[in-house]
Design a protein around this ligand. Structure first.
Ligand code: GAL
Length: 418
């Protein structure tokens, strides 16, 4: 080999070479806070010279993302990465569509950085096939603080305190609960009430293990009783999206929203401060209990593409696990990092509280997967759960009849093969 070529080759091997490539990413983060959070990743990728291509599917909570993805994958044209969560990851991996990330995971010591409740979801047959971005908690109550202060009220810790506060808020002419009119939003509230009223063991038996007798039970009757009381305090208007409901709390038109901590992303985007403009407290009766919802990107096998696209895909994976991304993204998104080896010093009070609740709940058996957000069950069972809760929200039945119907719906979802 001529000397010059030899020297060039050595230089190439010694310096990190930037292979600028295209990376297409499917996601459904379109609200103000969500988009601001994702911009962190887009920027990190752009700084490395890669071109980000958005494959956006609007509609909170996932919307039609899976159907659109299926169409693309069947055409043999998957995106490099797609926002896929929970048990759905297993389904895509089983079908052989996902890449094995173990080389990167071993080199970057993912097993030491991720708690097993997170890494278990990212692995299929001991192979990492997805990368986690965060841990959301769904059993939060968001409160407009100036409004509560003006009415001399404290954040409610029990349902009795909640009822008493609701009466004062209503008498003062304000909306008590802001809630968008979508099945997944109702399901999100319902699961928080189930954890609160039934407790951690009940939640697990009913919504993770789907024990029929746990769902059709006196506990579920009590859950519905409480749930229906809350439904009476909602006003379903044209504000269907969750972030429009959050806005009502931000603007002081409504006092409360039950929602996962992506709602905090909207408060932050509006430059509101925790414990001054708003409060984040566990849904009454759920302190030290944590329903988790882990966002992640599943990484697809790319065939017949330029080497630069594979390089860009690898860069995406590494960026998602980087300190800078996990920190900046989650401060915008409202969640906590998926990694438990990171300092929380720069995070706000709500996030620090969330991390301590996450660790407490992990220690006391109350860290549980969210059924409303695809962590606890299959997409099919989830769909039946959504539909039944949405139907009963619109046309409530007696608590006992509601429990029976819910148990049947979940059983039906388990029988359907999809
Ligand atoms: C959840 C998702 C969150 C949040 C929310 C609303 O399912 O995990 O990241 O964005 O939907 O879109």
């Amino acid at each position: 080999m001529p000397k010059l070529v030899n020297k060039l080759l050595l230089m190439l091997l010694a310096t990190p070479v930037a292979f600028a490539g295209n990376v297409e990413v499917l996601h459904y983060w379109t609200s103000g806070g969500e988009a601001a959070a994702l911009d962190v990743l887009k920027k990190q990728m752009a700084d490395e010279g890669h071109q980000w291509q958005d494959f956006v599917i609007a509609g909170g909570g996932g919307g039609n993302a899976m159907a659109e993805l299926q169409t693309r994958v069947l055409k043999g044209l998957p995106p490099a990465a797609a926002q896929i969560k929970g048990l759905d990851i297993q389904r895509w991996a089983r079908l052989g569509f996902l890449a094995n990330l173990n080389n990167i995971a071993q080199a970057d010591k993912w097993d030491d950085k991720l708690p097993s409740v997170v890494s278990d979801v990212m692995k299929h047959n001991d192979q990492y096939v997805a990368v986690p971005v965060n841990v959301h908690r769904t059993n939060w109550l968001w409160i407009n603080k100036p409004l509560l202060d003006a009415l001399n009220l404290k954040a409610p810790k029990t349902w009795d305190e909640f009822d008493a506060a609701a009466k004062v808020i209503q008498d003062a002419g304000y909306q008590v609960i802001a809630q968008g009119d979508q099945a997944w939003q109702h399901a999100t509230l319902f699961e928080a009430v189930a954890l609160s009223v039934g407790g951690a063991d009940y939640y697990k038996r009913a919504f993770v293990e789907h024990e029929f007798s746990a769902i059709k039970s006196a506990e579920t009757d009590a859950v519905f009783e409480r749930y229906y009381k809350l439904v009476k305090l909602m006003k379903f208007d044209s504000d269907a999206e969750w972030h429009q409901a959050t806005n009502k709390v931000i603007e002081g038109k409504a006092a409360f929203q039950f929602m996962g901590d992506w709602a905090k992303g909207e408060f932050i985007k509006a430059e509101k401060k925790p414990n001054k403009d708003f409060m984040c407290v566990p849904a009454p009766g759920t302190a030290n209990k944590f329903l988790f919802n882990i966002d992640s990107f599943a990484i697809f096998n790319l065939r017949n593409v330029e080497a630069s696209e594979i390089q860009a895909q690898t860069a995406l994976v590494r960026n998602i696990m980087s300190d800078s991304f996990q920190s900046a993204f989650n401060q915008n998104k409202g969640s906590i990092p998926a990694r438990t080896d990171m300092s929380m010093a720069t995070f706000d009070l709500c996030a620090q509280y969330s991390m301590s609740e996450f660790l407490n709940a992990n220690d006391n058996g109350a860290l549980l997967p969210s059924i409303a957000h695809g962590m606890a069950t299959t997409g099919t069972v989830q769909q039946y759960f959504y539909e039944k809760i949405a139907e009963l929200t619109k046309t409530p039945d007696t608590p006992a009849e509601s429990s029976k119907q819910l148990a049947k719906a979940i059983r039906y979802g388990q029988y359907i093969l999809k």
